[in-house]
Design a protein around this ligand. Structure first.
Ligand code: UDP
Length: 448
């Protein structure tokens, strides 16, 4: 059956994808919005060119109907959820049947996985037998409940890593690690390696994160979705509306950091740098943050900052992608003063909006910012303060840096590039795990 076979379609059938929404169904008292549709790769043409779009479509044609399952630990909060929200939709628009599953876990489990995450980024840990047994037992319980029938499985980050040990290996399994592996705790690495090497390959964001492993390692960086609420163009009115809604004054230049409340993002360092900079320039600091569902430490980090609030130091938490967008657009300077950073989507997001970014000189930030050309890299609070002052005092510099930043993201960090890299990996594995193309059929998705 061809993927373009007809079903009930609202707003026209998607040209190369079998997913259609029946107009016979409705949710609650209202019918579905007739304008819903998947973002199609063709929409990237104005950013990446027709040739690139055609090349990616050609690669996708060979993989129609491939059943791909991504597994992660949260639908919400943090970069992995952000990437998968867009990536899985684009993969479906390309004809790959990408599904996204979550593992469940007790607070104990997520307490342990957060410690493993921290240890992978170099923190100390007391890796007791009790922690290992909680980690492995909850993984086993998740595997018991999960049905992973697929042609390809991608497991994201350490939380669901042990799942691989619980299933028969009938298709390729890929471990996608998003954390900064520049200096992993060796004891934790040795323990997790036992699971990692049961995968067919591991993907990490940077070549410098490569480890001694018996399986192939692939390197590619995350990317952003230029059409999401977080990244699309906003009108002046929309920006002002979002800022007013949260009582954020814009009478003075805004210095902004947007991050999960996490010590690795150095929110204390941001406040300190801002206080030093303010001795020379007037500005307002906005620290917007959230707490991911799988992060038991976030609330305490948030609360520890609250004493620092004052009229010109705004610390808030709000689940509002349009606010993130508005702040990244309206900011005179965006900071991402991380001490470790696997990639740092917030950097690419702000750069895409033509905003000057000051980033911590670490991990993936170093691969996005070329110091002095499209942003600034800093290694201390004092350096951050100096760059804040310099940028706030020089609008021409801000504009030059911002323009170069936007171009960097257009060339290297849009979701079309990431979708293509996944297609390449899927194709590379196809000869050893042939895809059953009978799955390339029209799916009739009925809204509940
Ligand atoms: N984010 C958000 N609201 C917040 C804080 C963060 O929407 O209050 C988003 C941010 O825009 C980005 C993601 O969460 O899309 C964070 O990804 P990043 O790679 O920067 O860091 P991670 O949290 O994965 O370490």
């Amino acid at each position: 059956m061809r993927t373009t076979d007809r079903c009930h379609v609202i707003g026209g059938e998607h040209p190369r994808h079998g997913v259609v929404i029946s107009n016979e169904t409705s949710i609650g008292p209202n019918r579905m919005n007739p304008h819903f549709s998947l973002c199609r790769l063709e929409q990237y043409e104005s950013f990446v060119g027709a040739e690139t779009v055609e090349r990616i479509l050609r690669k996708a044609r060979r993989l129609q109907g491939l059943r791909l399952i991504h597994v992660s630990s949260t639908f919400y909060g943090g970069g992995v959820a952000e990437i998968l929200s867009s990536l899985t939709l684009l993969q479906n628009a390309l004809g790959v049947r990408a599904d996204w599953r979550l593992i469940q876990g007790s607070p104990d489990f997520f307490g342990v996985t957060k410690k493993l995450h921290n240890a992978l980024q170099g923190a100390a840990i007391n890796l007791s037998e009790l922690k290992k047994s909680i980690y492995e037992e909850v993984s086993f319980q998740n595997a018991t409940r999960m049905d992973l029938k697929a042609d390809f499985i991608v497991v994201h980050d350490p939380q669901p890593l042990p799942l691989v040990a619980c299933f028969r290996h009938t298709c390729p399994w890929l471990w996608r690690c998003h954390v900064d592996l520049s200096q992993p705790n060796q004891e934790v690495w040795a323990y997790l390696k036992g699971f990692i090497e049961q995968y067919d390959a591991a993907v990490v964001s940077l070549p410098e994160y490569a480890q001694q492993l018996a399986i192939p390692q692939i390197f590619f960086m995350p990317a952003i979705d230029p059409f999401s609420v977080k990244n699309r163009e906003l009108s002046e009115e929309e920006i002002v509306d979002r800022l007013r809604h949260y009582h954020i004054p814009d009478d003075l230049p805004l210095v902004v950091q947007i991050s999960r409340f996490d010590r690795w993002k150095d929110p204390e360092g941001v406040i300190e740098a801002f206080k030093i900079a303010r001795r020379e320039v007037d500005a307002t600091l906005v620290l917007l943050g959230n707490v991911a569902a799988d992060d038991p430490e976030g609330q305490a980090v948030f609360e520890s900052l609250l004493d620092q609030r004052e009229e010109r130091i705004i610390i808030l938490t709000a689940e509002d992608s349009a606010l993130v967008n508005a702040l990244q657009r309206r900011a005179a300077v965006v900071l991402q003063k991380s001490l470790r950073e696997g990639f740092g989507l917030t950097v690419a997001e702000a750069m895409w909006k033509g905003t000057a970014v000051i980033g911590g000189n670490c991990g993936g930030i170093r691969h996005q910012i070329q110091d002095g050309a499209n942003g600034f890299l800093v290694s201390s609070v004092t350096e951050a303060a100096e760059r804040i002052v310099q940028l706030l005092e020089d609008p021409t510099l801000r504009q030059r840096i911002g323009q170069a930043a936007k171009e960097t993201v257009r060339e290297r960090f849009l979701m079309s590039r990431l979708a293509e890299q996944y297609l390449d990996i899927l194709s590379d594995f196809e000869p050893s795990f042939p895809i059953d193309h009978r799955h390339a059929r029209t799916r009739d998705i009925r809204m509940p």
